[in-house]
Structure formats: structure tokens, C-alpha cells
Design a protein around this ligand. Structure first.
Ligand code: ATP
Ligand code: LTN
Length: 339
């Protein structure tokens, strides 16, 4: 690893096919950061099994996500793009950090509260422990910066708290990471219910637009997007969440500012033409990604080699931190028998 470059880490779950919310809130920043930083991007399959997955689908979704991230612009020779479960250090550090994390901290997490609502007695331990695995992911790589969407802010705060707690209990061991949340598009809302976050694991396909959705599906979904009845196009997230969500999507997909986008879109008159323009912008931005994806996914050997080489690179860095941590907490070295 080059010593002078700062380190970026982020993770994305293979819990379905990624949405434009994932793209806008996270993936485009992964790509933007890879020139300047030493980047580690992990397909976090161990996080994904905190909700029940079909094994064959999970296996396939993991490979597909590696291919999709490359299609979005990640260069596996520049960024270390790997699968979390291929680097056992994540699970090992998670266990150690479990012993430095409080039940109170975990039970206060919004994501845990939402996902366990209504079945408090049968919620799996992994769902409560989810943030600690995320803390381990980040701290293993001595990360400076974590690009994420707004929904992950609480998980990053706990990461900083646990790092500081461990460093204070022993001596400086972990870098305390900073959070990077985009100014525009940190929380893309569901297309048919703009009060909820767009989410790839939703069971309603009309709530999200996938990066790999066909143009006709993108058109149909945006045409049916929930807006409001006043037929005026301006940006006001509180009072016009549906319209503002579409303006945000247009802005990121065209590279224009929110003001420029409002100017473009309000000149069109009604919601019909507005939605058509948003759909066209999304389709145009995704077309090259979809094309690259279709080429990559048929190249099994290439995806295999990316997965293997990058797991080795990630393991090397992760194991350095893990060894340090084991020594600090007092685990005995494995003695080498004299020959
Ligand atoms: P799931 O639906 O399974 O919970 P998800 O769609 O929320 O998954 P993750 O894999 O958990 O996606 O998240 C990957 C990254 O995408 C995270 O940094 C997350 O903050 C970001 N992200 C997810 N959804 C959105 C969204 N609607 N808007 C902006 N960023 C998002
Ligand atoms: N919990 C994250 C995914 C994730 C992650 C990470 C993000 C797992 N490990 C480390 C940033 C850094 C989510 O998006 N749901």
C-alpha cells in the first residue's frame, strides 16, 4: 500500500440488484475517490445474511455486484474491490470489538429498531450485531474516509466511538474515520412513496429504479412516480418530496446543479413533460453502464481473477491490523514448535 495516500473504505450489500439510490448516494462517490485515495470497496455478503437470503441467489448477486461496480467505473487495478467473506479478518475483528461495544449503543440504532419492529423476541442476533461488523470492516483498513448515504450516519458515529474507546483502553491502534455524505442525493426516496428511502431489498419493484432496469421500465416507473397535485416544478424537499426527489435524480444524472435543473425542468410546463425528461436523463446516464455490465458478466474468468487477487490484497492489509489488535488484547502468540 502506498504510504502517502489516505484510505477510503465502503461496503455495499449483495441483497438485491443496486438501485439508482445506491448509485447516487454511494457508488458514484466510490468512483470519484479512486484516483486520489487508496480505496477498499467490499461486497458485504456477511451483512446481507442478517436477513434470510436464498443461497443460490446470494452467490449470484455477489458476483453480479462485483461486475456492476466495475461497470459503474471502479477500476479493480486501482481500487481493492473484494468480497467480505473472503477475508476472515472481518469476522475475527468483529468478535473482538463485540467485547468493546455496549448493548445500549446497538439497541438504539434506527436500522435495528426498524428491522426488528414487531418481532422483538425472534429477531436474529446478527441484526443487532450488524453495526459491529461494519465497525470491523472500516477499522481493519485504517480508514480515513467512508463515503456513504445519509442512512448510514449512525453506523459511522458508532465506528468512531468504538475506535476511540479501544484506542483509549490500550494505545492508538485504529484510525478514527471521517464520514463523507454527498451534498446532493444522500437520500434518494422511493418512487411511489417519497416519504420512504429507495431500497434495493424492497419487495415492491415500482418503488425503485435499478441501475440495470430496461429503458421502458424506467419510463413506466417514472411516469407513475408519486408527486403532488399543484403541477408546479420547484425544489422543496419538505412540501414537495416527490417532485424534489425527481429533480435531485435529474441533477445528478445530468451533472447539473439543482438550480440549473429546476430552470430546465420548470420551463417544460406540466408534470408529464417533466417526468419524461427525468426518465430520458436517467436512461442516457445508465446506458453505458448497462452496456459495460453486459460485456463483463459473460467474462467469468475476469470476474474470478478480480475476486481472487483483490481478496489477497485486502487480506494482507486487514491481517496487519488484526495481528496488532490480538497482541493488544492479550492473545498469546502461536508458538512455533522447534524442529
Ligand atoms: P437494503 O435495501 O438491503 O437495506 P440498501 O439499498 O439500503 O440495501 P446498502 O447495500 O445497504 O443498500 O447500501 C449501500 C450504500 O448505498 C450505502 O452507502 C447507503 O447509504 C447507500 N444508499 C442506499 N440507499 C440509498 C438511497 N436511497 N439514497 C442514497 N444512498 C443510498
Ligand atoms: N451497512 C452498510 C453497508 C456496509 C458499509 C460497511 C458501509 C457494510 N460495511 C462499511 C460503509 C462502510 C449499508 O449500506 N447498509
Amino acid at each position: 500500500m502506498e504510504d502517502n495516500k489516505k484510505v477510503v473504505f465502503s461496503g455495499i450489500q449483495p441483497s438485491g440488484s443496486p438501485t439508482i439510490g445506491n448509485y447516487i448516494g454511494a457508488i458514484r462517490n466510490y468512483v470519484a475517490l479512486q484516483e486520489e485515495y487508496e480505496c477498499f470497496y467490499s461486497v458485504v455478503d456477511m451483512h446481507a445474511i442478517t436477513v434470510r437470503q436464498n443461497p443460490a441467489e446470494l452467490r449470484q448477486a455477489t458476483r453480479n455486484l462485483i461486475a456492476l461496480l466495475i461497470a459503474c467505473g471502479l477500476d479493480p487495478d486501482k481500487s481493492t474491490l473484494y468480497v467480505q467473506s473472503h477475508v476472515p479478518a472481518h469476522a475475527e475483528l468483529c468478535w473482538i470489538l463485540n467485547c468493546f461495544t455496549y448493548m445500549g449503543e446497538l439497541s438504539r440504532m434506527i436500522q435495528f429498531k426498524e428491522k426488528s419492529k414487531g418481532n422483538e423476541n425472534s429477531v436474529v442476533v446478527g441484526l443487532l450485531d450488524y453495526p459491529v461488523l461494519q465497525v470491523a470492516d472500516i477499522l481493519l483498513y485504517q480508514t480515513d474516509l467512508v463515503p456513504i448515504g445519509a442512512d448510514q450516519k449512525q453506523h459511522l458515529e458508532i465506528t468512531r466511538d468504538v475506535a476511540i474507546r479501544f484506542n483509549n483502553a490500550f494505545s492508538p491502534t485504529f484510525k478514527v474515520p471521517e464520514i463523507l455524505i454527498p451534498e446532493v442525493g444522500a437520500r434518494i426516496m422511493s418512487i411511489n412513496d417519497p416519504t420512504k428511502k429507495m431500497s434495493k431489498s424492497s419487495d415492491d419493484p415500482n418503488s425503485y429504479i435499478l441501475i440495470l432496469d430496461k429503458p421502458e421500465d424506467i419510463k413506466r416507473k417514472i411516469k407513475r412516480a408519486v408527486t403532488d397535485s399543484d403541477n408546479e416544478i420547484y425544489f422543496d424537499e419538505e412540501n414537495k418530496p416527490g417532485v424534489s426527489n425527481l429533480i435531485t435524480i435529474y441533477s445528478v444524472m445530468t451533472g447539473k446543479t439543482i438550480d440549473e435543473s429546476v430552470k430546465d425542468l420548470s420551463a417544460l410546463g406540466g408534470y408529464g413533460a417533466f417526468k419524461e425528461n427525468v426518465a430520458d436523463a436517467v436512461i442516457a446516464a445508465l446506458e453505458p453502464v448497462q452496456k459495460r455490465y453486459n460485456d463483463l458478466i459473460s467474462d467469468k474468468g475476469y470476474i474470478d481473477s478480480v475476486m481472487y487477487n483483490n481478496a489477497m490484497k485486502a487480506s494482507y492489509v486487514a491481517n496487519k491490523t488484526l495481528s496488532k489488535v490480538k497482541r493488544k488484547v492479550g492473545f498469546a502468540d502461536l508458538p512455533r514448535p522447534k524442529a
